[in-house]
Design a protein around this ligand. Structure first.
Ligand code: PGA
Length: 254
C-alpha cells in the first residue's frame, strides 16, 4: 500500500514566529482530528526554520519535515548552500527536488537534478521529485511525453532499490499559484501515465508503491475530487499550506 501524503511547501514565506505558530497549530489540529494513520503530513519551511520546527514536531510520528532544496555536493566551498549530509545530520527525512521555481529561476537542469537526487539518497533522505509542464507544452498536446522525460532524465539512472525512497509530485506550472487547478481528469491522466512509465522501467511493484502527489492551486474546496482519483496519492500544497486549518482540511479530503 502506498502512502498518502499531504506536503506543505511554504516557499519563501513565514517569519520566525509565524512559522513556529503555524507548525504548533498543525500539531494541535492533527491530534484533535485524529487523522488516519495511513496519511503522512510533511512541512517544508525555509531551511532556517528546520531545526526549530523539528523540536516543535518532536514526538510526532505523522508530521515530518522536508527541505525545499539541496546542493548536489556533500561538502565544500559553496557559500549559501546546504548539503544532503548537513540535512541528514539534523535528522531531516525529506527533501523536495526539482520544483518548477528552482528549474525556472535557478536554471536547474535535469542533469543537475539527477545529481541532487543521488546526493540526497546517498544520505538516506527521501526525495519528493517535482515535475510538470508549462502552458505552451500542454496546449501543444505534448504534456505526457514532456513530463515522463523529466522523470527519465532526473530519476531513471537510479537502481531499483533507491526508487523506493522517491515520491513524485506532478505540478503543472500553469496551475501553480494561479488559482487554476488541473481537473481531476487531467490529473488522473498524467498520474496514471507516470505510474505506467515507472512500471515500464522498474516493474509494477515499485510503480504501485510510489506515491504520486498533485500540486497546483490545491485547496480544501478541490482536494476531495483530486484525491478521489485512483492514481492521485495526495498533494504538494503551496498557498493553502500557510493556513493550518486549510492544510488539515486538505489532509482530511481522502
Ligand atoms: P500552490 O503551489 O498550491 O500555491 O499552487 C504549489 C507548489 O508550488 O508546490
Amino acid at each position: 500500500m502506498r502512502l498518502k501524503i499531504v506536503a506543505g511547501n511554504w516557499k519563501m514565506n513565514m517569519l520566525k514566529e509565524g512559522g513556529e505558530n503555524l507548525a504548533s497549530e498543525i500539531v494541535k489540529l492533527v491530534s484533535e482530528h485524529k487523522l488516519d494513520n495511513s496519511i503522512k503530513l510533511i512541512l517544508s519551511p525555509p531551511a532556517i526554520h528546520l531545526a526549530n520546527l523539528s523540536s516543535i514536531l518532536d514526538g510526532q510520528t505523522q508530521v515530518s519535515l522536508a527541505a525545499q532544496n539541496v546542493h548536489q555536493e556533500l561538502k565544500g566551498a559553496f557559500t549559501g548552500e546546504i548539503s544532503a549530509s548537513i540535512l541528514a545530520s539534523f535528522g531531516l527525512e525529506y527533501v523536495i527536488i526539482g520544483h518548477s521555481e528552482r528549474r525556472q529561476y535557478f536554471s536547474e537542469s535535469d542533469q543537475l537534478l539527477a545529481q541532487k537526487v543521488k546526493a540526497a539518497l546517498e544520505q538516506n533522505l527521501q526525495v519528493i521529485f517535482c515535475c510538470g509542464e508549462g502552458l505552451e507544452v500542454r496546449q501543444a498536446g505534448n504534456h505526457l511525453a514532456y513530463v515522463s522525460k523529466q522523470l527519465t532524465n532526473g530519476l531513471f539512472d537510479l537502481p531499483k532499490e533507491s526508487f523506493e525512497k522517491i515520491t513524485i509530485a506532478y505540478e503543472p506550472i500553469w496551475a501553480i499559484g494561479t488559482g487554476e487547478t488541473a481537473s481531476p481528469e487531467q490529473a488522473q491522466e498524467m498520474h496514471a501515465h507516470l505510474r505506467k512509465h515507472i512500471a515500464a522501467k522498474y516493474g509494477n511493484d515499485i510503480a504501485e508503491n510510489t506515491s504520486i502527489l498533485y500540486g497546483g492551486s490545491c485547496k480544501p474546496s478541490n482536494a476531495k475530487e483530486l484525491f478521489a482519483c485512483a492514481d492521485v496519492d495526495g498533494g504538494l500544497i503551496g498557498g493553502a499550506s500557510l493556513k493550518a486549518k486549510d492544510f488539515i482540511a486538505i489532509a482530511q479530503s481522502f
